[in-house]
Every structure is written in C-alpha cells, then in structure tokens.
Design a protein around this ligand. Structure first.
Ligand SMILES: [Zn+2]
Length: 182
C-alpha cells in the first residue's frame, strides 16, 4: 500500500490494515487477535508498544505456575489465558514478546502514515520524504536510506524481501529549498 492509497482510507481503516499486515507478516499471533492489536494501536501514541502489550498480557486470568513452567516461562511472568490463546506455535518460541512484536511492527506503519499527512507543498516547495532506515543490515532497506520519495508513492508497509522483523523504517519530511534557485 502506498501513501496515496493509505491517505484515501479513513484512519481507523488504515489502523486495521496495519494490524493485519503485522499479524500476517510475523505469524506470531492468530488472525483473531486483529481486534486487540487494532485496539492497542492507538493514534495518541501515549506509551510505548512494549508497555501496552505488557499491560495486555498482565490483564485477566493468568496461566498457572505449572503451565508457565511447561512453556519455559518463569513463575512470576505474566501471561493471561486470553493472550496465550492468541499466540501461534511460531509465537510460542518467545510467548511474552509475540503481541509486542506485532504491535511494534504495526506501530511503525502507523508512524509512516502519520508523517505523510503533512502538506505536500510548503510555500511553493515540494515536500518529499526521506527514508530513515534503522536496520542497515537489510538488503532491501539499506539502499533506500537517505533517498527521498513523494508522500503519494511512499510505501506504508515493508517492501518485498525486507528482512526487518518490525519493518522499522521511517520517513522524515524533506524540502529541497535550493531546488528552484538558479
Ligand atoms: Zn528491511
């Protein structure tokens, strides 16, 4: 999905698309968890996804100490029955992080969406967006770092072949103030 398609969606529909993309890409939680991921994916960005996902697994009836032990978790770890029921077999490799990683990936999508809401022109200067790549080990993201793209064309989700678990690339508004000076 590019920026043009994302901005054509109502914000809550984009939130749902971001939750679904993260769930499908990571495979750590079941698709039935899209409602809770959507709910935790808040536009107000008041706290870190890690804090939100932790609060979620702390809330409600917890697995017994014996059940936690069987999963390789410490007895004082928090994992509610509801959160546990949403974790896939792949996610069980690290059950305390399954929701958190999905939420983090969806949050990076939301950040990108929020950044491109800026006006595309400032005082006659076109605003583009600079790729800000955090994981330069990724063969797809690395060459993009420092390049610019229009908001309409900016990918909202990870590009094909991207190896970044949370697709943690971002955009920064960029204006070439010297573009029209001769
Ligand atoms: Zn990547």
């Amino acid at each position: 999905m590019d920026g043009r398609a994302a901005l054509a969606l109502p914000p809550d529909a984009f939130r749902l698309a971001a939750a679904r993309e993260a769930i499908a890409s990571l495979g750590l939680v079941v698709s039935e968890a899209e409602g809770i991921i959507w709910h935790m994916l808040d536009f107000r960005l008041t706290d870190h996804p890690k804090a939100r996902a932790t609060a979620y697994r702390k809330n409600g009836e917890q697995l017994s100490a014996e059940e936690k032990r069987a999963l390789g978790l410490r007895s004082n770890a928090y994992l509610s029955r509801r959160a546990f029921s949403e974790i896939t077999s792949k996610g069980m490799a690290s059950p305390l992080e399954a929701h958190e990683k999905v939420l983090l990936r969806a949050s990076f999508s939301l950040f990108r969406y929020l950044v491109i809401q800026n006006p595309s022109v400032i005082d006659g200067h076109e605003v583009n967006y600079l790729f800000d790549v955090l994981n330069i080990a990724c063969p797809v993201c690395k060459p993009l770092n420092g390049t610019t793209i229009s908001g309409n064309d900016a990918p909202m989700f990870a590009l094909p072949g991207c190896e970044c678990e949370t697709a943690n690339f971002g955009y920064r508004a960029y204006v070439d103030w010297l573009a029209n000076i001769e």
